[in-house]
Design a protein around this ligand. Structure first.
Ligand code: BDR
Ligand code: CA
Length: 313
């Protein structure tokens, strides 16, 4: 499917992560990818940074990777080895990274890039630590960016009954981001669970030529394996993170609801929950978030496979 918007300038802020890797592929294909920043999340920072470099190398693109925050603002560091393996990207025979990150100052990179380019979208697909630190360090960037399209939160949780991993891992950072005052696009779990790497979809990738497709097929196999072994209702891993990219590049794939969304930072059993106000009261809190509610999953998967094919050689 051809994107319906021009190539938007973005910074992808990620914690690869199997689905972050897919987000990188789609971003490389359909955006003006100004840089990739890594954050601790699915695995410690050293691993997510190395994984971002490896996927960048497999894509063969000339985009710098900058390492960011090695831990959340206040919460203790917690990772998701139970989904992504200890490396954050288990399941495939990965090449050695071509070199170190371009810098260890992702926050400075985000600030400088936003100040020197108009209309940049920030696309975080991990805990929101880097974005919150950038907004706190340089408040002027809130008025410079086009918006923030993030994967996180939703109407239900995965790390806890109410909290999704990216928000649960750094709720204070999420609270800063959700209250920054500019456009927000949210791909929550109730959206991303509609977009699963089913057997048929993984086989489609496996049937494609080239090293990238082979690696991604193996990664998706591992990712879906951990999900289907832990859930009794999924046919494959939800491919969460590329939704935050496609929300910008292929907006027609999604339906939306403009809602007020806040984050619970104090709750004993609800910490990290995104509180989505669905009341129909005439006097209700102003919406702050364009919340994606449904996706045309087959069409979105076609975007993913076309992007993989584009970089397969
Ligand atoms: C989110 O958490 C991570 O495990 C995934 O990469 C995704 O960003 C889903 O809750
Ligand atoms: Ca992620």
């Amino acid at each position: 499917m051809t994107p319906t918007t021009p190539r938007l300038p973005i910074i992808l802020d990620c914690d690869p992560g199997h689905d972050d890797a897919i987000a990188m592929v789609v971003a490389a294909r359909h955006t003006n990818l100004l840089g990739i920043t890594s954050v601790a999340g699915n695995a410690p920072l050293e691993s997510t940074t190395q994984n971002a470099i490896v996927v960048r190398d497999l894509l063969g693109i000339d985009v710098a990777v900058h390492a960011g925050a090695h831990r959340p603002l206040i919460a203790p560091p917690r990772h998701a080895g139970y989904v992504h393996g200890e490396s954050g990207l288990d399941g495939a025979d990965l090449p050695t990274p071509s070199g170190p990150p371009a810098s260890h100052d992702a926050i400075g990179f985000i600030i400088d890039t936003v100040r020197s380019n108009d209309g940049v979208w920030l696309v975080p697909t991990g805990p929101l630590t880097n974005i919150a630190l950038a907004l706190r360090s340089a408040p002027d960037i809130a008025g410079r960016i086009a918006g923030i399209s993030f994967m996180g939160g939703g109407l239900f949780g995965n790390s806890t009954a109410t909290a999704e991993f990216n928000i649960w891992a750094d709720p204070e950072a999420a609270a800063i981001v959700l209250s920054y005052g500019g456009p927000l696009v949210m791909s929550g779990l109730d959206l991303t669970h509609q977009f699963q790497a089913t057997r048929e979809r993984i086989d489609e990738v496996r049937g494609m030529p080239g090293r990238l497709a082979l690696v991604l097929a193996d990664l998706l196999e591992f990712f879906s394996g951990t999900y289907t072994s832990r859930h009794d209702d999924l046919r494959g891993a939800p491919v969460h993170d590329p939704c935050a990219v496609m929300a910008l590049t292929h907006p027609d794939l999604f339906t939306r609801s403009f809602s007020n969304v806040t984050v619970e930072t104090g709750g004993e059993i609800t910490r990290g929950m995104t509180v989505i106000d669905q009341r129909t009261l005439i006097e209700r809190p102003a919406p702050n978030c364009d919340r994606l509610t449904a996706v045309d999953a087959d069409a979105a998967w076609a975007v993913v496979t076309e992007a993989i094919a584009h970089f397969s050689h």
